[in-house]
Design a protein. Structure first.
Length: 350
């Protein structure tokens, strides 16, 4: 069997395994009483990861350079990164919902690469002169790994939004890794048995001055009279169950940690790209569409981390920001190549 045939087998096996894995994770989320479904899902992601690693290694041997020169190779590299980061996130959380969220992303990427791209875009070709540099491995691999981390973190944030839909949940502590401390509001929602607050009384101290005659002298006595004011009942949302609240805390914490891993990689990748651009084009920054959207992606996730670490945001607000970042990453990675030409267009669509 030659390498081209082996690669064709490996990409189809990776897609089939990921498709089955996605269904297993979804079934495991729906039927939690079945214990072995979670282990099957983890095994499926590991097998797909190994298949894609073997595919990339075979292309490296065949072409003689690191396999990141065209869209087909970069899609499988980023899908490999997603499955690898998934295994880390699932080990940290122990929740099947992580796989239910990330498996469709990995499966969709492999399906696009293996089934949608025309054959001529899947073949290895000689590198164009600008790519014949050691910076190819340094810059592109780090950028794609950062995309994989940010995609997984953002996907888990979307899962958090689904778990807490219709609820106002503010978590505390997950940005710093302890994850076990809840705000008083969350403790109220967890333990509440009714959907309304009980009547609340407010004690108001009002002074009352009484004058009286005592031995011909005027004495003043000040009495503190307590009056009670009853406040109306205030409706609140139905409480989260303890299981959903614990799951939400876990997803929030894991999403933060994975994005915290991807952001430094993105920073290193952008810096490496600037150095390579100066060598290849004589300028560190050219405001190319890819460069511009890489900066936008950096700013979005910098705002996410700033909001969590400095501003103390927890819960749904940073999750919405991370979910927005999921779209921005895809625009940066693929969208700019579909919408227009630029210095990064070779080896992709145009």
């Amino acid at each position: 069997m030659d390498l081209v045939t082996l690669q064709s087998w490996l990409d189809n096996i990776a897609f089939a395994v990921l498709f089955a894995t996605m269904l297993i994770y979804w079934a495991g989320t729906a039927f939690r009483e079945v214990p072995f479904l979670g282990s099957l899902g983890t095994a499926g992601m590991a097998i797909a990861n190994l298949c894609m690693a073997a595919l990339l290694a075979s292309r490296w041997i065949e072409a003689g350079y690191f396999p990141l020169s065209n869209l087909y190779e970069s899609l499988f590299f980023i899908a490999w990164g997603v499955t690898a980061v998934h295994l880390i996130a699932e080990n940290m959380s122990g929740s099947r919902l992580v796989g239910a969220a990330t498996a469709p992303v990995a499966m969709g990427i492999t399906a696009f690469a293996a089934l949608s791209l025309p054959p001529e875009m899947q073949y290895s070709e000689p590198l164009v002169p600008a790519l014949k540099s050691n910076w190819l491995m340094m810059h592109v691999s780090v950028m794609l790994l950062s995309y994989a981390c940010l995609m997984v973190g953002a996907t888990i944030a979307i899962a958090f939004l689904i778990v807490t839909r219709g609820q106002k949940v503010e978590l505390r502590g997950s940005s710093f890794g302890n994850g076990g401390f809840r705000s008083p509001n969350n403790r109220l929602r967890k333990g509440a048995e009714v959907a309304t607050h009980p009547e609340v009384t407010e004690e108001l101290l009002q002074p009352m001055t009484l004058s009286s005659e005592n031995n011909g002298g005027g004495n003043t006595a000040v009495l503190d009279v307590v009056t009670t004011k009853t406040l109306p009942k205030t409706e609140i949302a139905a409480p989260l169950s303890p299981q959903r609240l614990s799951l939400a805390e876990t997803l929030d914490n894991i999403s933060y940690r994975i994005i915290g891993l991807g952001f430094p990689l993105l920073t290193i990748g952008i810096i490496a790209g600037a150095v390579w651009a100066n060598e290849a084009w004589g300028s560190y920054w050219s405001w190319d569409p890819k460069e511009t959207w890489a900066l936008i992606t950096w700013l979005v996730f910098a705002a996410y981390l700033h909001a969590r670490i400095t501003r103390g945001w927890q819960g749904r607000r940073p999750a919405i920001l991370a979910a927005t970042g999921f779209i921005v990453v895809w625009v940066c990675y693929l969208g700019v190549n579909l919408l227009g030409k630029g210095l990064h267009s070779y080896g992709w669509f145009f």
